[in-house]
Write a protein that binds this ligand. Structure first.
Ligand code: FHN
Length: 460
């Protein structure tokens, strides 16, 4: 495994001398879930399927990474006030910032421009149906009013507001589902949160990795915080991250606690040990559908948390093609934004999401409530989704001469229409050897993805 040595600034002025922090990665996201990527072979139970019904219809959600690391765009000021890159929302680890120094960010964290209704409206306008925000990331800082740890946004910042509560209310008001992310096996505030070989632990404040007892952190912080998240805010999704050293029994115990407190709350697979209602895929789209329901989470630019200067936004075309590709394989798409320390979603992200929303307003019928392509092959010109006896042909690449070939003998439809112009119909011709073709107009109706709705029945 290639080890990526995080070269950190050794500027004497920074709070304490920093040494290099070894961060292991093989080029893949370090997901902190030793079980991730192994094919899960058991299907969902009827109970799990029922719990996921709204989620499976929703297909598209907003992920929000917001925390103390957002204050200076995942950078940290040295004694001259020069902002030093922390690499990502892991900046406390990468720069090995002592907890008492990192906690001083709370003095500056005063997001007076935060407006929960605006954030939720941006998600809704983009066609997203649920919002998941970081309630506690790896730094251990609670972005909500936690009764079990004063290390939280209400108690420790001059802002004294609870964004989790405000977003929960805004989602309810605007008809979106609300979820919370919780870093399960990484917590750089707690002295008892070990990680594999200490690579993702706070070893600078708590150097004796072997003395750390996960069970103490689990009882002292995880269970009380999961309980208060479920009883104060009633999230529809508990999005766990990086289960790391949690035991199988602790994962089972945590899931049982959630089921007791909020039976309808969806739990992802990073609760650990192949448990949970759906499987997480991060920054990548699997080639084939998983046995269990799954969701790809992805950044919109190159970072989860707001990163100063990162304006490399995925284009609306890339996002829409990703969304359709994911759904054609039966998955959900959780697309991330990283708001600034002032509480603003960067304009580049908003511009992107607005453009995606324009496409979704016309073509949402081929997204919401649809399921995977029923055929074995994905077409070369795009993707196929389906719902209630209708195929949705997502044409990314317009065929030369407008002749669209669908190599499948199961297409018995005679005519279809364009979602972008339902009055414009197309005719399907099926040759004797079962090759169906559609004669399209000379030019696409949508530059990114023109969708044809085709009534279909499976002749199996
Ligand atoms: O380390 C985290 C990372 O910061 C981010 O939260 C992602 C989102 O899925 N999860 C972990 C990396 O897998």
């Amino acid at each position: 495994m290639k080890s990526l040595l995080f070269a950190v600034c050794a500027t004497a002025g920074l709070a304490g001398a920093f040494s290099s922090a070894q961060v292991l990665t093989n080029g893949q996201p370090d997901t902190g879930d030793p079980n991730e990527g192994h094919k899960i072979v058991q299907e969902n139970t009827p109970e799990e399927t029922a719990r996921l019904a709204w989620w499976s219809d929703a297909r598209f959600g907003m992920f929000i990474h917001w925390g103390l690391y957002s204050q200076w765009g995942c950078h940290y000021p040295d004694t001259n006030g020069t902002l030093v890159s922390g690499g990502s929302e892991h900046m406390m680890l990468h720069l090995q910032i002592p907890l008492k120094e990192y906690a001083k960010i709370t003095d500056a964290f005063d997001p007076t421009n935060f407006n929960a209704d605006e954030w939720v409206a941006i998600a809704k306008n983009a066609g997203m149906k649920y919002v998941v925000i970081t309630s506690k990331h790896h730094d251990g800082f609670a972005m909500y009013d936690s009764a079990c740890s004063d290390y939280n946004i209400v108690k420790r910042t001059p802002w004294h507001r609870d964004p989790v509560a405000e977003l929960d209310a805004a989602c309810r008001k605007q008809g979106l589902k609300f979820g919370v992310y919780y870093s399960l096996g990484r917590d750089w505030e707690d002295p008892d949160c070990p990680t594999k070989d200490g690579y993702r632990s706070n070893t600078w404040d708590y150097p004796d990795e072997k003395s750390k007892v996960f069970a103490k952190y689990f009882e002292r912080k995880v269970k009380p915080q999961v309980t208060e998240l479920l009883t104060k805010y009633h999230p529809a999704i508990l999005w766990f991250d990086t289960p790391e050293e949690i035991s199988a029994d602790e994962s089972k115990e945590l899931l049982a606690l959630i089921r007791k407190l909020q039976p309808n709350c969806i739990v992802n697979s990073r609760v650990g040990h192949n448990l949970g209602d759906y499987v997480v895929s991060e920054q990548k789209i699997p080639g084939t559908a998983d046995v269990k329901p799954w969701e790809t989470c992805m950044t919109l630019n190159g970072h989860w948390g707001y990163f100063l200067g990162d304006e490399k936004w995925k284009s609306p075309e890339v996002v829409i093609h990703n969304l359709v590709d994911i759904i054609s394989k039966g998955g959900n798409y959780l697309l991330n934004v990283g708001p600034t320390g002032e509480g603003i979603i960067p304009q580049g992200a908003v511009t992107d999401l607005n453009a995606i929303g324009v496409w979704m307003k016309t073509n949402g019928g081929s997204i919401y409530g649809t399921s995977a392509n029923p055929f074995k092959q994905q077409p070369g010109w795009g993707r196929i989704t389906q719902k209630d006896g209708t195929l949705y042909l997502h044409i990314f690449d317009w065929p030369a001469g407008g002749k669209l070939v669908i190599n499948n003998e199961q297409i018995k439809a005679a005519a279809g229409y364009f979602l972008a112009d339902p009055n414009l119909h197309v005719t399907v011709r099926t040759s004797s050897d079962g090759v169906a073709t559609i004669q399209l107009p000379a030019r696409p109706l949508d530059a990114i993805d023109t969708v044809v709705a085709l009534p279909w029945r499976n002749n199996d």
